[in-house]
Design a protein around this ligand. Sequence first.
Ligand SMILES: *Cc1c(COP(=O)(O)O)cnc(C)c1O
Length: 456
Amino acid sequence: MIKPVKYYSTNLRAAEVGFREALLKGIAPDGGLYMPKEIPVIPAELIRKFSELEYYEIAYQVTRHFLQGQISDVELLAITKDAYNYEVPLEHVYERKYVMRLDQGPTASFKDFAARMMGRLMQYYLDKEKRELLILTATSGDTGSAIANAFYGLDNIECVVLFPEKEVTDRQRKQMTTLGKNVQIVGLDAKFDDCQYLVKRAFADPDLDFLHLSSANSINIGRILPQIVYYFYAYARLSNGAEDKAIFSVPSGNFGDMMGGMIAWKMGLPVEKFVIACNENDEFPDFVHTGHYNKIEPSKNCLSSAMNVGHPSNLSRFVALYGGVMDEKGHINKAPDMEKIRQEVFTVSISDSETKKMIARAYEEHKLLLEPHGSVGWYGLKKYLTENPGQNTPEQLCVSLETAHPAKFPQQIQEILKIDPALPPSLVGLEEKEESYDHLKNEYDFFKDYLIRNYS
Ligand SMILES: *Cc1c(COP(=O)(O)O)cnc(C)c1O
């Protein structure tokens, strides 16, 4: 009999729960984030066998370790097969250095990986229990479109996405507003933080309990588990034997992506080092170097806009992985093992001018086409290799993550490289599609009334 993995709250003041509850609740009642109590280990022989499997089969094998005894194998395989119906290219750059392009999903951002699987996992439980859920999400651009696309057409789930009308690009907006069906988009003449505030307030409002609200942002453990998978996939495709260890570089903002990788490592993936590359929002590199954590308020506006995070929510998960306790406000109640963190992780802040320079250099030297987020990751990897000549060898396997398609940032690519990146199939025809969305005043009472009127 398999014992299902339990999830505890990083604040340590809430009861442990099973996966279903962690997924549907999103946040623990004490304000903490759910983390697996034990991290299951995948035997090395099984990891080696992944080399013969399709992406969705690896997704099944990896997530199964967390979901055994909670979701049947047959149904889990059906979920991963339905979620991962697109390519995951590993682009060779030079020597054994690769860029993993996580940009072939429906919204051309890596957030599709997590959102598509999370949506299907939620639907699995709702179907079984014959009940409904209303997903509320605030977006600064990419999360909203990934969530909207991932939940589009799913039964028993309604989805409302709030976005700041003046802060998203036309393309980002159209990726959300051209869907329809169970996806309702709401524009506010406000900032992202205001949208976030309305959503948080709705979650805390007992008058709205009857709507069964749930959240889809990266605090949900259901978004972390799918992000463990592509690290195993890259390693399975590229490793040349049992002794091989990989260096991964992850452009990071809210640290959901990096958490997936760190959990993969703890599950037994052979990793040499994790490079965590941030933009000018350098609270994390600063924390690792000094041991003191100071969030950045307000966050700085950098080119890699999806990484403009001054206080990453998933940091409390990272701290938990190293034996510490950090609450949602960023207070450290128990220090993590800083020595171990420094051994395992290399972290660096990349400026906007470095980001631009690397877009030019990567293209010049290797015909490698990067957008700003991927450029931060690639630059981080280069810095690590330069500072650690012992590992800067032709044999060392390195994988840097590209988290969005360059065509999502046409102005910057045109300005720096004087080329117009071709649209991925998922974005073709978007311009001509008809848009529809509601506009609301930036006041909680209007939003509350809107939800009651449309979803009671
Ligand atoms: C969200 C996002 C990131 C940052 O990922 P985190 O999991 O928040 O660290 C990086 N690049 C792109 C394109 C994104 O959309």
